[in-house]
Ligand binder design. Structure first.
Ligand SMILES: NC(=O)C1=CN([C@@H]2O[C@H](COP(=O)(O)OP(=O)(O)OC[C@H]3O[C@@H](n4cnc5c(N)ncnc54)[C@H](OP(=O)(O)O)[C@@H]3O)[C@@H](O)[C@H]2O)C=CC1
Ligand SMILES: N[C@@H](CC(=O)OP(=O)(O)O)C(=O)O
Length: 360
């Protein structure tokens, strides 16, 4: 098995911490020979325990990062922009969780189950950078891809229900504080925090990141453009409304789509259940005792710590000629972020990319 030195930039954040958990689980096909952790100046010097060894957090710096075979960037886009081109030049595989390189024409935007064939060792040898999509894009394309391949995809209308962990660790603290304030001080002013423009506790907000000139939010625009790139369908009509809700982990997505041919709900179930990484929980006619762990449908909280993308509430709708509505939910920190990135490293270990890069 390939033994690798792996780096995580943003190791103290929610995505970085999830990546650490996943690497400690040893679910990967490669072995972590050495782990190097990076965060901001405020965290530099702190110790993190990983598999019984203590690792000192460093500020990102090129000499140290060049010791890595692969680095996961789980911090803001400006850090990726600063370091990734220099590391790539030296043959370090960079997996970027930020949005910095997602639209770059020479950078593959990869969900391994959907377009893992883009992890081509010959191409990655030239520029070893892989972008990992937005946490709503990943589960959405996991569901759209098998339907597109089998039935043809005409259009998509999406509304998201995004947990606060999508906005990082400080956002989890804001929801906790606002909730405590309500119960302890009976204070529920609709004031803004440093993270959200209005109070998020006991509220919902049709606003995830800034609003662009066309009226979409930045989040909506990313979901649209990234889905089109991954599905290789640059003109796919896709309308998205991103909504922040007061849950901690797990993003939900309500999707209505039009397919090119007439399809029943049971054909959709059959097709999706054959796709790796998807679980269908949609037993509306079952008796209570036969419903299993998740019951009739899956909620965001139930996905916490789970790797799969869950699909429920699959049904025909007459709003389009061949219309289908369904509910998607997954752990935004796992498949929506850290897990997808580690799967990319895994695939690059398996297909010879990392071996080719180390001999560069
Ligand atoms: N959360 C999610 O669901 C998803 C997040 N992403 C993307 O992943 C990235 C990380 O997000 P998330 O974990 O949620 O964010 P967090 O706010 O939880 O963590 C941010 C991390 O970045 C570090 N950091 C901040 N400034 C610097 C710096 N100058 N140099 C090095 N490290 C720095 C922080 O270190 P310190 O603790 O020292 O401040 C911390 O480790 C972002 O690009 C985000 O857009 C993508 C998909 C989903
Ligand atoms: N913005 C998303 C998470 C995220 O970080 O997305 P992106 O990597 O596209 O900025 C959310 O808040 O739920």
């Amino acid at each position: 098995m390939l033994e690798l030195t792996i780096g995580i930039v943003g190791a103290t954040g929610v995505v970085g911490q999830t990546a650490l958990d996943l690497l400690a689980d040893e679910f990967t096909d490669f072995k972590v020979k050495k782990l190097k952790l990076y965060a901001s100046r405020a965290s530099a010097g702190k110790m993190v325990t990983f598999c019984n060894s203590k690792i000192t957090i460093e500020e990102p710096n090129l000499p140290s990062m060049l010791e890595c075979n692969a680095i996961l960037f789980a911090t803001e886009a400006s850090i990726s922009t600063e370091f990734i081109p220099k590391l790539a030049e030296h043959g370090v595989l960079c997996i970027d969780k930020s949005s910095a390189f997602r639209a770059h024409p020479s950078v593959p935007l990869v969900v391994p189950e959907v377009n893992g064939h883009l992890l081509n060792p010959n191409e990655l040898k030239k520029f070893p950078v892989v972008a990992s999509p937005n946490c709503c894009t990943i589960p959405l394309v996991m569901v759209l891809k098998p339907l597109q391949d089998k039935f043809g995809l005409e259009r998509v209308i999406l509304s998201t229900y995004q947990s606060v962990s999508g906005a990082g660790k400080p956002a989890i603290d804001v929801l906790t504080e606002e909730t405590k304030n309500f119960f302890v001080n009976q204070d529920l002013t609709c004031g803004k925090s440093e993270i959200f423009p209005k109070s998020i506790a006991f509220n919902v907000m049709p606003y995830v990141a800034g609003i662009l000139d066309n009226g979409d939010t930045d989040e909506e625009s990313k979901i649209i453009s990234e889905s089109r790139k991954i599905l290789n369908s640059p003109k796919l009509p896709l309308a998205a409304t991103s909504v922040r809700v007061p849950t901690f982990v797990g993003h939900g997505e309500s999707v209505t789509l039009e397919l090119s041919s007439k399809v029943t709900a049971s054909q959709i179930k059959e097709t999706l259940s054959e796709f790796p990484g998807i679980q269908i929980i949609d037993e509306k006619s079952a008796k209570d005792e036969d419903l299993g762990t998740y019951g009739l449908f899956v909620t965001p909280r139930e996905t916490h710590g789970k790797d799969d993308v869950f699909v429920s509430r699959i049904r025909n709708t007459d709003v389009f000629q061949n219309g289908i509505s369904l509910w998607i939910v997954s752990d935004n920190l796992r498949k929506g972020a850290a897990l997808n990135a580690i799967q990319v490293i895994n695939s690059c270990a398996a297909n010879g990319t990392l071996k080719a890069l180390s001999s560069k």
